[in-house]
Design a protein around this ligand. Structure first.
Ligand code: GSH
Length: 227
């Protein structure tokens, strides 16, 4: 009998301002790409559901996503993605040949820098009401994200995917931050046209459409003017 798959994620509506957890979303996209029929358990962040004794047993750091596959527990987003790739190899989301894998793993772990810059900025927006946001602090955080986007713009210029000729895990990571920044008002088109085109391509995928935060109805303006 197949082992059960449970993915603990943040309930989008419970993540203030951002209304999405990019790390949760990328794990959900990978499950959808691989047609894995797992149970997705949405935790209410506002209520602290991710810090209960039960969840802290699974991940003492109290962060999501957390994947449970049978008795196995995997936390840390990139570990979750790599585990899913090993446990559910079809369709492949990483190159199988060593040359491609070398590039794919490098890009995947490099994407942690974008993830860190995005999370730092989003955490500030979440925790700081608009009226008391410090312009210099916000500019610093946006600056770090812009430097990352500049770097990824070079990677995607002239190519459709981060590595090879089809979607791989680093694409999923990068996309969730582009989409979240866009939802928060960042205009990609002027300074990062390759990322804008990549983001539009990703937005049409069934895996993205089926997992998109249902609370993203109206685009916000937190990052408007920073593009
Ligand atoms: N290093 C962790 C960080 C993930 C992360 O920051 N998740 C956020 C949700 S987007 C979280 O759980 N925040 C709750 C907290 O930090 O208390 C990973 O890569 O999985």
């Amino acid at each position: 009998m197949a082992e059960s798959v449970r993915l603990y994620v943040a309930a989008p509506a419970s993540v203030s301002v951002i209304q999405c957890s990019p790390p949760s979303w990328m794990a959900q996209i990978v499950l959808a790409e691989k047609s894995v029929a797992g149970e997705v358990i949405e935790l209410d962040f506002g209520r602290g559901d991710h810090k209960t004794p039960e969840l802290l047993t699974k991940n003492p750091r109290g962060t999501i996503p957390i994947l449970c596959h049978g008795e196995r527990v995997i936390h840390e987003t990139l570990a979750v993605l790599e585990y899913l790739e090993s446990a559910f190899p079809q369709p492949p989301l990483m190159p199988r040949d060593l040359d491609g894998l070398a590039r794919g793993l490098s890009r995947l772990h490099e994407s942690a820098a974008l993830k860190d810059a995005g999370m730092a900025l989003f955490a500030y927006l979440m925790r700081t009401p608009v009226a008391v946001r410090d312009a210099a602090r916000l500019a610093d955080l946006v600056g770090a994200l812009r430097r990352e986007l500049d770097c990824w713009e070079r990677h995607y210029t002239g190519v459709e995917w981060a590595v090879g000729s089809s979607l791989t895990l680093p694409d999923v990571v990068v996309f969730t931050y582009l989409a979240t920044a866009h939802q928060l008002g960042l205009d990609l088109a002027r300074r990062w046209p390759a990322l804008q085109a990549f983001s539009e391509r990703m937005s049409t995928r069934a895996s993205v459409r089926s997992t998109l935060s249902s609370t993203w109805q109206t685009r916000r303006e937190d990052l408007a003017g920073f593009g």
